[in-house]
Design a binder for this molecule. Structure first.
Ligand SMILES: NC(=O)c1ccc[n+]([C@@H]2O[C@H](COP(=O)([O-])OP(=O)(O)OC[C@H]3O[C@@H](n4cnc5c(N)ncnc54)[C@H](OP(=O)(O)O)[C@@H]3O)[C@@H](O)[C@H]2O)c1
Length: 326
């Protein structure tokens, strides 16, 4: 009998999440039926889901994992194989295989499997499809990305460089700004110490921006919209500056800039391009192997530390993808 430990959402977040919002639950998994597998999670990712819409109190916290199959009555997932799964913050889980994605069959032995949660996984795919299918980024254009040192942002900037663009990134510390320069960003600034966002954005690209990959929302977006070129394009990927608001933030609102500059603004969810993910993942792996895509991870050890790792990610502790190794 396999015992699973899981972190559940005990209380909906009210403002910034706190330790008492999470509860550790232990349960025994049932015996395997034909077609089932039991997987043990090795690497877990933390994301700030729209918890009030997607979860109820008592649910296992949402997240994606790389897991190893440890028992199997499903020939598609033999014991010892690795899968990407979305069973949440749990050590072990049972599955009929429908929600499991095998890790790329020819995943190179010398490439860490945890990258299947980061630059060569969902965040990398979000970056790639956001740039190509939403923004239609073209060589020679200028791109702005915020939360640029994070899982999605760091890949966005690097792919834009591969495509021959000028890239401007913002992040929340001097160390992160230095990291962005290491990645080849043309300009980077610390949005926390900039006296004026408008000035920082204008200084980084006096001619404005063709494209803006927005991970942050709120006041940053407002400032960025003012600096877009006429007919600029905006991909709205995330809005991390407002996720933890107990009271919704109010304006200023960007509509006048959207109208006056005739901007194209489009939201995105990574699943839209699910059928193309295998070939896109190969492209990301190719760039990684060629040394064109650097992958930084912020690794926390120990399942018991998941809430800390999650809250740390929201505070900006991570450079690159925040991963929990168990
Ligand atoms: N649409 C989709 O399908 C999709 C898929 C994946 C992710 N997302 C979204 O994309 C965004 C980035 O995700 P990620 O996984 O790459 O996260 P991440 O960047 O690895 O981590 C979050 C980062 O956000 C920054 N941040 C936190 N509060 C902020 C604030 N008030 N203002 C500005 N920056 C703030 C922090 O970095 P600093 O130190 O720079 O502040 C933190 O490290 C998130 O909004 C996420 O929800 C969307």
């Amino acid at each position: 009998m396999v015992q699973a430990k899981s972190w559940v959402l005990d209380k909906h977040f009210d403002g910034f999440p706190k330790n008492s919002d999470f509860k550790l639950k232990v349960e025994k998994l049932p015996e395997l039926k034909n077609g089932d597998v039991i997987e043990r999670n090795k690497f877990l990712g933390v994301i700030r889901a729209f918890s009030r819409l997607q979860m109820k109190e008592g649910d296992v916290m949402i997240g994606t994992q790389v897991a190893k199959v440890i028992q199997s009555k499903n020939s598609a997932f033999p014991v010892g194989s690795h899968v990407v799964t979305s069973c949440g913050w749990t050590t072990h889980s049972i599955s009929d295989g429908k929600e499991l994605t095998p890790v790329m069959a020819d995943w190179p032995k010398d490439v860490p499997l945890s990258l299947a949660l980061g630059a060569i996984g969902m965040p990398g795919l979000t970056a790639l499809h956001g740039l190509e299918d939403v923004l239609g980024l073209k060589e020679g254009e200028t791109l702005l990305v915020n939360a640029a040192a994070g899982a999605v942002g760091s890949v966005v900037g690097q792919i834009a460089k591969i495509k021959g663009c000028k890239v401007v990134g913002s992040a929340g510390s001097e160390a992160k700004v230095a990291f962005l320069k290491e990645l080849g960003f043309d300009e980077a600034f610390n949005y926390k110490t900039a006296t004026s966002l408008e000035e920082a954005l204008r200084k980084a690209s006096p001619d404005g921006y063709h494209c803006f990959f927005d991970n942050v929302g709120g006041h940053f977006s407002y400032a960025a919209f003012q600096q877009m070129k006429h007919f600029g394009r905006v991909a709205v990927c995330g809005s991390i500056s407002v996720y933890n608001d107990a009271t919704p933030q109010t304006g200023p609102f960007p509509h006048l800039a959207i109208i006056g500059k005739e901007l194209k603004v489009e939201g995105l969810l990574h699943d839209r391009w699910k059928d193309r993910h295998p070939q896109s993942q190969r492209r990301l792996m190719g760039w990684y192997r060629e040394g064109k895509l650097q992958c930084r991870e912020h690794v926390t050890k120990g399942f018991e530390n998941m809430p800390e790792a999650f809250m740390g990610m929201l505070k900006g502790d991570n450079t690159g993808k925040a991963i929990i190794a168990v």
